[in-house]
Ligand binder design. Structure first.
Ligand code: HEC
Length: 258
């Protein structure tokens, strides 16, 4: 017994800094994955807001899914989590067909028909699957990316560039809504974007739209986040009740000893 205790005591100075380093590392991980240099903006999003997720899903399917899949999600799961009717999802969200030419079924994964070859020919690189992008890049990055496309005549293919992803192969697919921005300088001489030609949405409406899309991509990357949080509260309550019970039990056991 003494051997184990002393061995544990010897290991403690080693394990403590290691545990702390791991915890701090985990906490600062999103900062590392952020784009170097450019300041990221944080959208006001809430994964518990089902209306925002519904709107994000609709915008994503209408504007992004032609190029990007979210191949770890199923339409049926989407319907359940977003409180949508399966027949509505089939009618309004599914535009693809399967290998036999039949409309994609509600239980299918959310893929699209873009091949690697086509993507590479059209854009130089296949538009990536976005299932886990909210984890790899972070939601701030996605939001700022969607907000900071600007006109750049030097970019032959798309005519646009992006502040957080310079030289990106993605065109400004939401131009109709946001309009066209230009890169200039503010009064302090810092780089700033100005709206050269407005789109059909006001800047506020556009922000709401891209926040909803970002929220949706956050949900796709971590669909059980809300369940986990409510489960966490229950677990804490259970432990609290257990603590009270154990404390009285301990008092009962020790009352004749001390
Ligand atoms: C016309 C095709 C096309 C459409 C439509 C499109 N994208 Fe893209 N997207 C691309 C391409 C190509 C890339 C790869 C860019 C690169 O690596 O330079 C990309 C990259 C991205 C990335 C970066 C992924 C990463 O980790 O590097 C995100 C995020 C993204 N797109 C989000 C969206 C969203 C959200 C929409 C809908 C509003 C959308 N895209 C619509 C073609 C498209």
């Amino acid at each position: 017994m003494a051997g184990i205790t002393s061995r544990l005591a010897a290991a403690l100075p080693l394990t403590l800094p290691l545990t702390l380093a791991l915890m701090l590392g985990a906490a600062s991980a999103p900062a590392w994955s952020a784009g170097a240099g450019a300041a990221l903006e944080t959208p006001r999003i809430d994964q518990g807001n089902v209306r925002s997720l519904q709107s994000g899903a609709r915008h994503f399917i209408n504007n992004c899914m032609g190029c990007h899949s979210v191949e770890y999600s199923r339409y049926s799961r989407l319907a359940e989590d977003l409180q949508l009717d399966e027949t509505d999802v089939e009618a309004n969200f599914i535009f693809t067909t399967d290998a036999d030419g039949e409309p994609t079924k509600i239980g299918s994964l959310m893929t699209n028909n873009m091949t690697k070859e086509y993507g590479a020919t059209a854009f130089g690189v296949k538009p990536p699957d976005l299932s886990l992008t909210a984890r790899s890049r972070g939601t701030d990055w996605i939001y700022t990316f969607l907000k900071t496309f600007y006109l750049d005549p030097d970019r032959a293919g798309t005519g646009v560039n992006n502040v957080v992803y310079p030289g990106t192969a993605m065109p400004h697919v939401l131009w109709k809504y946001q309009g066209w921005q230009e890169l200039g300088e503010d009064s302090h001489g810092d780089a700033a974007l100005t709206l050269a030609e407005p789109g059909v949405m006001s800047p506020d409406e556009y922000d709401t739209m891209i926040s909803d899309i970002t929220n949706f991509l956050g949900y796709v990357a971590d669909p059980i986040k809300e369940t986990r949080h409510s489960m966490g509260v229950l677990v804490m309550l259970f432990l609290l009740v257990l603590l009270v019970g154990s404390w009285f039990l301990k008092k009962e056991y020790w009352k004749d000893v001390v």
